[in-house]
Design a protein around this ligand. Structure first.
Ligand code: SAM
Length: 280
């Protein structure tokens, strides 16, 4: 859809874009086509699109996938979306909040290959990704996010962008940053550059023996980034004494003044094991 066509569609249905719903609609076919092409869709794929908007990407998904389920919160877009998708027989549009949706039920049409494609509403990127990971349903998640979020997801240990969300992502998926998209590709243009990313999900890493304790360790370590790991963990594990925590850190071969932000996923897994031994 060209900018002119998109503007005319919005005008015909009396639609105004909503900032609170993260409505930055894609202009042109290049980016929606790129996202759909990057997602590994086949006719055996059932793809979930979050926030189809006026359907810029949905058309491409219908062409490439076996079936498309599109969940859109803004009921006012339904008529425009129906116009854009006229003729596509392999789509269901669900009006609702993706964060309140039962994904297993939604994706139970019998397809063996489940994937996600979306130009995500920016304000709910983190909870949506956490929900998609937790569902363990999807082989890949190909989405547009703000560039700063993409950098956080793909960050290396010891860099300012590295944090708990990086580790949650790494725990669940391999991350590829595919391409940047400038604000001019959207109507209205957002303030910042966006990035198309693909997350290829995998089973939890073998080195993590206790998922709950692993993430408790990660969260505690990053809760106070400026503190040493020993101090941050002391605040997060009040049932352990400081010497016990220091001993656990030393057993991992880490220096006493190490900061949590320098630890890899494997190092956090090892540390969680040592803490576990002391928690009894
Ligand atoms: N896919 C369209 C495109 O690329 O032009 C629209 C993308 S726009 C960035 C995000 C879309 O998500 C909007 O249509 C918005 O109404 C919808 N949305 C926002 N919050 C939502 C939620 N909680 N559940 C489902 N859709 C939501």
């Amino acid at each position: 859809m060209t900018e002119k066509e998109l503007r005319s569609l919005l005008a015909r249905y009396g639609l105004r874009t909503s900032k609170s719903l993260g409505q930055n609609f894609l202009i042109g076919d290049e980016i929606p086509g790129f996202v759909a092409d990057s997602a590994g869709l086949t006719k055996q794929t059932h793809v979930l699109e979050i926030g189809p908007g006026t359907g810029a990407m949905t058309r491409f998904l219908c062409e490439r996938a076996g079936f498309v389920t599109a969940v859109e919160l803004d009921a006012k877009l339904t008529a425009a979306l129906t116009e854009t998708l006229a003729g596509a027989g392999n789509i269901e549009i669900i009006r609702g909040d993706i964060l309140k949706t039962n994904l297993a039920e939604l994706m139970s049409r019998g397809y063996g290959d489940l994937r996600v494609c979306a130009n995500l509403p920016y304000n709910i990127t983190s909870p949506v990704l956490a929900m998609l990971f937790a569902s363990r349903l999807f082989a890949s998640i190909t989405v547009m996010v703000q560039r700063e979020v993409a950098l956080r997801l793909a960050a290396k240990p010891g860099t300012p962008d590295y944090g708990s969300f990086t580790l949650l992502t790494r725990y669940n998926a391999d991350v590829s940053l595919l391409r940047d998209v400038p604000p001019t590709a959207f109507l209205p243009p957002p303030q910042v550059t966006s990035t198309v990313i693909r997350l290829d999900t995998h089973a939890p890493p073998d080195c993590v023996r206790d998922e709950k304790l692993f993430f408790r360790t990660v969260r505690a370590s990053f809760a106070q980034r400026r503190k040493t790991l020993a101090n941050a963990l002391s605040a997060g594990f009040t049932e352990l004494s400081k010497p016990e925590i220091e001993a656990a850190i030393a057993e991992c071969g880490l220096p006493p003044l190490v900061r949590g932000e320098t630890l890899s996923l494997e190092a956090f897994a090892g540390l969680a094991d040592r803490l576990s031994a002391r928690l009894g």
